[in-house]
Design a protein around this ligand. Structure first.
Ligand code: HEC
Length: 290
C-alpha cells in the first residue's frame, strides 16, 4: 500500500434503497442500505499543531496545498494505529493490549425529516484500567458545514489541539476540544453528537469550546452489544437550532467520528480521518432517501 494512493471515494449507491409506500419517520431497513467501511485508528498525540508542522509530519506540506488526510491515509489507517498504539510513534503513554484500529461499517439514510445513521463493529480486545468507569463505550460524530478552514481536508483535526486536557502539554484539565476563532454565530463550529453506553445521548457543538448540550436536532441515540458486535444508531432531525448543522437534500457536509473503546476518555479514543456525508448527494457516505 502506498501512502500516496488515492482514495476511490465513490461508493455505488444507485438503486440501493427501498420503495416504500408510506414515508413515515421510521428507521430504514438497514439490510438494504449500503455500508461504507471506515477504519478508526488510535491517534496518539497528533494534534493539529503536530499535523501542520512540516518538520514532524510528512504530510504537512501537501495538506497546505489542499490534499486531504484521507487521500494519503485512508488505506493505511490500521497500520498507523498499530504503530501508534504500540508506542512506536507519537504515543508517550501506550496502553498495554490497546487495539490499534477498529474497522466500522457506517450506514446512512434519510426520509426527508430525519437523518438515520448506523455504526457497527466488532469489540476489539481490551481490559485496560477503566478511565471512564460508567461507560464501556462512547461513540461521537461531528458534522461541519464547510465554514471552518481546513475541515474539508482534516475532518475533526481542526478541533484537536496540543493544549487540550489529557494531552501531554495540557495545562488546564478543563480545556477540551475547540476551533480556533470558532463561534456558532459565524458558522465556524462543528456539530457534535454522542451516544454513551450506560444509556444517554448528548447534542452539542464545538466552537471556541466544547459544549455537550443545547442542540435540538438529535431525536434518539441507541446502542447495543450482541455477542461481540456493537450496533449504535442515531436519529437526527435534518434541521435543528443553534449549533446544529442544517442538512437538506443535495447538501454535503464534512463528517468524522470517534469511539472511546474499553472505558477510555479524553484523547484515548479511536478516530476517523475526515470524510463527507451527502444527503442525496455523491459523497464518501451518502444518505439516500428511503
Ligand atoms: C501528502 C500525504 C499526507 C497528507 C495529506 C497527510 N499525511 Fe499524515 N503522514 C504522511 C506521511 C508521509 C507520514 C509519515 C510516515 C512515516 O513516518 O514515514 C504521515 C504520518 C502521519 C501520522 C503518524 C503515523 C504514521 O503512520 O507515521 C499521523 C497520525 C498522520 N500522518 C495523520 C494525518 C492527518 C490527521 C492528516 C490530515 C490532517 C494527514 N496525516 C495528512 C502523509 C500525509
Amino acid at each position: 500500500m502506498t501512502r500516496m494512493s488515492k482514495l476511490s471515494l465513490l461508493t455505488a449507491l444507485a438503486s440501493a434503497c427501498c420503495l416504500t409506500a408510506n414515508a413515515t419517520a421510521a428507521a430504514p431497513d438497514w439490510s438494504k442500505v449500503p455500508a461504507k467501511k471506515i477504519t478508526l485508528f488510535y491517534p496518539g498525540v497528533s494534534p493539529l499543531e503536530w499535523i501542520t508542522k512540516g518538520s514532524e509530519h510528512g504530510g504537512a506540506r501537501a495538506l497546505r496545498k489542499g490534499e486531504s488526510c484521507a487521500s494519503c491515509h485512508h488505506d493505511e489507517a490500521a497500520d498507523m494505529g498499530k504503530k501508534i498504539a504500540s508506542g512506536q510513534k507519537i504515543e508517550p503513554k501506550p496502553i498495554k493490549g490497546k487495539a490499534g484500529s477498529i474497522p466500522v461499517n457506517v450506514q446512512a439514510a434519510h426520509d426527508g425529516t430525519n437523518l438515520y445513521l448506523r455504526f457497527s463493529w466488532k469489540q476489539p480486545p481490551g481490559g485496560a484500567e477503566k478511565m471512564d468507569k460508567d461507560n464501556a463505550v462512547k461513540l461521537a460524530f461531528m458534522l461541519e458545514d464547510n465554514k471552518v478552514p481546513g475541515a474539508n481536508l482534516s475532518g475533526c483535526w481542526e478541533t484537536c489541539h496540543a493544549d487540550a486536557r489529557t494531552m501531554p502539554d495540557a495545562k488546564d484539565d478543563k480545556k477540551t476540544k475547540y476551533v480556533k476563532e470558532g463561534s456558532v454565530a459565524s458558522g465556524k463550529y462543528y456539530d457534535l453528537v454522542q451516544w454513551v453506553s450506560k444509556g444517554g445521548k448528548f447534542d452539542g457543538h464545538v466552537a471556541d469550546k466544547r459544549v455537550m448540550d443545547g442542540g435540538k436536532a438529535l431525536v434518539e441515540a441507541k446502542g447495543e452489544k450482541k455477542g461481540d458486535d456493537w450496533v449504535v444508531t442515531f436519529v437526527r432531525k435534518l434541521t435543528g437550532g443553534d449549533g446544529d448543522v442544517a442538512l437538506a437534500a443535495g447538501k454535503t457536509v464534512n463528517f468524522g467520528f470517534a469511539i472511546h473503546d474499553d472505558h477510555t476518555h479524553g484523547r484515548f479514543h479511536h478516530v476517523s480521518l475526515g470524510y463527507t456525508l451527502g444527503i442525496d448527494a455523491k459523497a464518501d457516505i451518502t444518505a439516500a432517501k428511503n
